[in-house]
Design a protein around this ligand. Structure first.
Ligand SMILES: [Zn+2]
Length: 246
């Protein structure tokens, strides 16, 4: 009975995977993330990301056990959701998709359910941050497996937040370039670097009276403009707690 249900589910899933207009793909291509991250999710959704289970299935030999926890087969879902290593990274992340727990047995279903979040306020942004976390989970597991290096979970999730924030900043920077140039021309606004050896903090906060939300952010930069830390928070449903890069 269960086997039958699973086959049906897989059949439906494979059909929609080949449907280029499905929400899963449309949202992915429209996300404000780097191309390599879109390709990464594409490989995950097609089940071709080379986790140990996929490699063993393809070449017919090798070890499909997870080298991070030593427990269980390293499937895509184990690597992203069930491994202790990943659980700790999710715990340290500023975003929590606890509502999608029931879909964790299939990344395809999990991703499709995640797509419903795009209609929320900042939904696409939260999905983009989530992709950055998934990318760091993959990179971190490779470091454990191939370099025997284990990173602190907080540092790994902090890296995801930082890369997401940096990319957003570059994108917004491109969009706002014209406005910025005008403002700079009029002497209104400009980022001045701090003296050498100092770190400058830029802060911003916003209050949404209509939906009673408050949000704030802090970016710390060195004199060469390099970001050394990002903190964000607010009374939103998903963005919470202080983010810190150790
Ligand atoms: Zn594991």
């Amino acid at each position: 009975m269960r086997g039958e249900w699973r086959r049906k589910e897989q059949h439906e899933a494979s059909n929609s995977r080949n449907e280029p207009n499905s929400k899963a793909w449309k949202v992915l291509w429209g996300l404000g993330i780097q191309h390599k991250l879109k390709h990464f999710i594409w490989r995950c959704l097609h089940g071709v990301l080379p986790v140990n289970e996929v490699i063993k299935r393809r070449i017919g030999s090798g070890e499909d056990k997870c080298r991070c926890c030593g427990e269980g087969t390293e499937t895509l879902e184990h690597m992203f959701f069930f491994c202790r290593h990943s659980e700790n990274i999710w715990k340290a992340a500023p975003i929590d998709w606890g509502g999608l727990k029931e879909f964790r047995h299939s990344f395809w279903h999990w991703w499709n359910s995640l797509m419903d979040a795009q209609d929320r306020i900042e939904g696409k942004n939260h999905i983009a941050l989530t992709v950055n976390i998934l990318w760091q989970l993959w990179k971190s597991k490779n470091q454990v497996q191939f370099n025997e290096m284990s990173n602190c979970p907080g540092r790994t999730s902090g890296k995801a937040v930082q890369e997401w924030a940096e990319y957003n900043e570059v994108r917004n920077g491109a969009d706002n370039k014209e406005v910025m140039e005008k403002e700079q021309g009029a002497g209104i606004s400009r980022w001045y670097p701090p003296p050498q050896g100092f770190i400058k903090l830029n802060t911003d906060a916003a209050l949404g009276l209509k939906d009673r939300r408050i949000g704030w952010g802090v970016v710390a930069r060195r004199e060469d403009g390099e970001i050394v830390g990002v903190w964000a928070g607010g009374r939103a449903e998903m963005v919470s707690q202080q983010l810190r890069r150790p």
